[in-house]
Design a protein around this ligand. Sequence first.
Ligand SMILES: [Ca+2]
Ligand SMILES: [Ca+2]
Length: 373
Amino acid sequence: MSSTRARWAGIAAITAVCAVAGGGVAVADEATGSISGLVWNDRDADGAVGEGDGVLWDAYVEVHRPNGDWVTWQRASYDGTYTISGLPEGDYLVTGGKYGFASTTRSVQRVVVTSEGVSGVDFGARGGQITGRIWHDVNEDGVRQDDEPGLVDALTYVASLHSQESWRQEADGTYVVYDLEAGSHVFSTPSRSTLARSPKGAGDDPERDSDFERTGVSETVEFRVVGDQVLPVGGPVVLDVGYYVGVTHGALTFTADRDTTDLEVGDTVVLTATAAYTGNAIDTYGVSIDLPQGLTEVSVTQDGWLRETYGGDPHIFLRRSWDALEPVTSTFTITARVTAPITSGLVTGKLNNSSYLADWDLIRASLPVSATS
Ligand SMILES: [Ca+2]
Ligand SMILES: [Ca+2]
């Protein structure tokens, strides 16, 4: 033992300057060996690689001396395997896992490296999970009735905004999101054209309501490592989401404060437009308006609309909000001046930005204008 201890002391000084990228530790004139193994995603925490387990992205292995001195580290390969070579013979403590995951095996293993190497130094780790159900809220009431089926659709899923996790869904719409790291997660379920999200928290049965905002995000859920699990703080988390067929109807009208077919250069005209939306979904709303050549914008009174400008683009773009809203009816005015003769022109407008707009034919409006010098 004394000779071994003496060798450690010498090696500690050498390894301090000889640690090389890739996890090898080069030491001249020493017999060296390697440590190899697997870091895997032990989802069922049984300590064995089995069906349903998986690979771990960004798994790490660290090697220390028994006295705690750091030797080297390595990121495991994509398949979870690792080999740290060039280690001087002797005792080591090997730590493996994934940051934010819980260890399902001993997270520190003591090994004796000889020139033949040590293999099978394996580590299991797993993340946390949430469950829930995506369902087709046929009657749009935000409550999952018994006759409303699960919704299984490639474009509707639940995912964390903050990590790479995995997802599995059953035919009844129930799902599991797993491999979640410790820390904060906000879950989202994506926008889906034609499918709108049910209102959150409807009814009085928390097992049958929808748990996402209508914009598609959940409350923040904190996870922490507890033993061999990564658990939500405050207990298991179930996040259901209902979808129904969303439809928005829109209508756009223009009126003018004077006859627009008999204008002269220098005249001013005030156009009043009303965009009226109805429907069963929260949605986004926008309007774009074109003035004919010769009719020049003087001002736009926006009545709560946001004006979007794109460089020198003469179009008038109005957006109701960057968020999805309940259907709105809103009026705005455009004051314009005739700055040149207009031979045959139209003021045209159309509704846009909507995710659920059904009746595209009704969303265009036009007002004939003409002017002479
Ligand atoms: Ca397992
Ligand atoms: Ca329902």
